[in-house]
Design a protein around this ligand. Structure first.
Ligand code: NAI
Length: 471
C-alpha cells in the first residue's frame, strides 16, 4: 500500500478547508497543505486573528490546533503538488452559464485545469482524489488527461471520495461521518490506492463506516444523495401547499409520517425552499446526465424537484403580497436571515435572494438582517440576481440593518427567511411596538411560536398552516 505522509488539497473553499483541517487534526503524522489560487482566501486562512474565510461552528478551534503544526495554507500550488503523495481536488464545479448544457451541466473547467497542473508538475507517483462533486465518469477523463501528460516516473491512481458534509454542521459531520465513501478502479493498483486513503480515515472513522465501491458508483452516489435529500424537501413543501389550502398543519403531518420507520423523522421540515451551492446544481447535473443518456423520463422526474422549489418561493412571495392587501409598493418589509441556512455565512442559491428580488420587483422597501453574512456579499448577490437594477437603485429600496430590532422598526411585515436560532428569542413585544399595524409575520422556516406571537398581536402566517390556525 502506498505510504501517505504528505497531502495536498487543491481548493481552500467550504469543502477543502474544513475537510483537510480535520484530517490534519486527526492525523498529526501527516503534513497537510491546502492551496488555492485565490490569494485573499489563503490570507484569510492564515490571518493572525483567525478571521477565517468561512464561518462554520467549531472550525476555528480545529485550525487553531493544527495551523503551523501539520496544516498549512498556501498559494504555492505547484510546490504542494510536487511534495504530496496524495492530492485532493476540491475545486468548484458550478453549473455552466453558457454553451452546451448551459443551466444544467457542471462546469468542469476548474477540475480539468487542476488535473492538468498535477500532470505537468508531478515528478513522482501520486494518488489523485476527486473530492469535488462531478458527473459520473469524470474520473475517467481525469485519468486520460493525467496519463497523456505525465512524466516518465510518475503514475497516477485516481479515487473518487465525494464529500457529504453539510454546511453549518461541517466539523461534526467530518469528525463523526455517517459514512466515508471511496470509489476506485477494481484493479490491483486501484485497490491499493483505495486502501491508502481508507487508512487515513481509519485514524478516526470506524472501519464499518468506510465504504469502498467502484469509481462510477461513488461518483453517482454523491449526486443521488443530494437529489434524494432535495426531493424530500420538495415533497414536504408540495404537501405544505395542500395544508395551507385545507387547514391541515404541515408540522403535524411531518410528525405523523416521520414516525414510520421507513420514512424517518429527519429532513421533513417545510420551508420557503432549499438553497445552498449543491442541491440545485447537483440535481440539474443529474438531469443533464439523464438527458445525455437518453433517459428523458428520468430527467423530467428530477427536474420537477427543482421546479417545485422555485414554485415554493414564488408561492411564498405571492402569499405575502396577497396578505398585505394585494400591494407591497412602498411598504417596508423586514427580512430576517439572508444565509441559505442557519449557522453558515454562505448565501449561494439562498431562498432569501429570490424572495427579496420579488419584493424589489413589487417596489417594496426591504430591510435585511443576518447575523453572519457580510454586507458586501448581500449587495453582490442582489446585483447578480437583478442585473437590470444598478447598485444605486438597489440601495434606494434595500437597507441592511445591524440587528433584528432595527430591521423591523416601522416595518409592515417581518419575513423569516433563515432559521437562525436567535430569531426565536428576539424581544418580539418590542418589535411589535415599533412596527406599523396590523403587524404581519411570515414564518418561512416554521421557526417561531405562532400562538405566542398571535397573542402579542401579530398576524402570523406560517408555511403549511391553514389561515384559521392564527386567526
Ligand atoms: P468553493 O468555491 O468554496 O471552493 C473552491 C476553491 O477552489 C475556490 O477557492 C477556488 O479559488 C479554488 N480553485 C479553483 N480552481 C483552482 C485551481 N486550479 N487551483 C487552485 N485552486 C483552485 O467551493 P466548495 O463549496 O468548497 O465546493 C467544492 C466542491 O465540493 C464542489 O464540487 C462542490 O459541489 C462540492 N461539495 C460542496 C459542498 C458544500 O457544502 N459546499 C458539500 C459537498 C461537496
Amino acid at each position: 500500500v502506498p505510504k501517505v505522509s504528505k497531502i495536498c488539497c487543491i481548493g481552500a473553499g467550504y469543502v477543502g478547508g474544513p475537510t483537510c483541517a480535520v484530517i490534519a487534526l486527526k492525523c498529526p503524522h501527516i503534513q497537510v497543505t491546502i492551496v488555492d489560487l485565490n490569494q485573499a482566501r489563503i490570507d484569510a486562512w492564515n490571518s493572525s486573528d483567525f478571521n477565517l474565510p468561512i464561518y462554520e461552528p467549531g472550525l476555528e478551534d480545529v485550525v487553531r490546533a493544527t495551523r503551523g503544526r501539520n496544516l498549512f495554507f498556501s498559494t504555492d500550488v505547484d510546490g504542494a503538488i510536487r511534495a504530496a503523495d496524495l492530492i485532493f481536488v476540491s475545486v468548484n464545479t458550478p453549473t455552466k452559464k453558457t454553451g452546451i448544457g448551459a443551466g444544467y451541466a457542471a462546469d468542469l473547467n476548474y477540475v480539468e485545469k487542476a488535473t492538468r497542473r498535477i500532470a505537468q508538475i508531478a515528478t513522482s507517483s501520486k494518488i489523485v482524489v476527486e473530492k469535488s462533486t462531478v458527473p459520473c465518469r469524470t474520473a475517467e477523463s481525469m485519468r486520460v488527461i493525467l496519463e497523456a501528460n505525465s512524466k516518465p516516473d510518475a503514475r497516477f491512481d485516481i479515487l473518487s471520495n465525494p464529500e457529504f458534509l453539510a454546511e453549518g454542521t461541517a466539523i461534526s459531520d467530518l469528525v463523526s461521518p455517517d459514512r466515508v465513501l471511496i470509489g476506485s478502479l477494481q484493479t490491483h493498483e486501484g485497490k491499493e490506492a483505495c486502501k491508502a486513503l481508507s487508512e487515513i480515515y481509519a485514524n478516526w472513522v470506524p472501519q464499518e463506516r468506510i465504504l469502498t465501491v467502484g469509481l462510477w458508483s461513488s461518483e453517482l452516489s454523491k449526486l443521488a444523495a443530494n437529489a434524494m435529500l432535495a426531493q424530500r424537501i420538495s415533497s414536504i413543501n408540495a404537501l405544505s401547499a395542500i395544508c395551507e389550502a385545507t387547514g391541515a398543519n404541515i408540522d403535524e403531518v411531518a410528525h405523523a409520517i416521520g414516525k414510520d420507520t421507513r420514512i424517518g423523522p429527519k429532513f421533513l421540515k417545510a420551508s420557503v425552499g432549499f438553497g445552498g451551492s449543491c442541491f440545485q446544481k447537483d440535481i440539474l447535473n443529474l438531469v443533464y446526465l439523464s438527458e445525455s443518456l437518453h433517459l428523458p423520463e428520468v430527467a423530467a422526474y428530477w427536474r420537477q424537484v427543482v421546479e417545485m422549489n422555485e414554485y415554493q418561493k414564488r408561492r411564498f412571495t405571492r402569499h405575502v403580497v396577497d396578505t398585505l392587501f394585494k400591494t407591497i409598493t412602498g411598504k417596508r418589509i423586514a427580512v430576517l436571515g439572508f444565509a441559505f441556512k442557519a449557522d453558515t455565512g454562505d448565501t449561494r442559491e439562498s431562498a432569501a435572494i429570490t424572495i427579496i428580488k420579488h419584493f424589489m420587483e413589487e417596489k417594496a422597501l426591504v430591510t435585511i438582517y443576518d447575523p453572519q453574512v457580510e454586507h458586501e456579499q448581500i449587495w453582490m448577490d442582489l446585483q447578480e440576481v437583478s442585473p437590470t437594477f444598478t447598485l444605486q437603485q438597489i440601495k434606494r429600496q434595500v437597507q441592511i440593518a445591524p440587528c433584528a430590532l432595527d430591521a423591523c422598526a416601522e416595518a409592515e411585515a417581518v419575513v423569516i427567511a433563515t432559521e437562525w436560532k436567535e430569531f426565536i428569542t428576539l424581544d418580539w413585544e418590542a418589535i411589535y411596538e415599533q412596527m406599523s399595524k396590523p403587524a404581519f409575520i411570515f414564518d418561512g422556516r416554521l421557526l417561531v411560536d405562532s400562538a405566542k406571537l398571535a397573542k402579542i398581536g401579530f398576524k402570523v402566517s406560517s408555511i403549511g398552516r391553514g389561515a384559521e390556525v392564527t386567526a
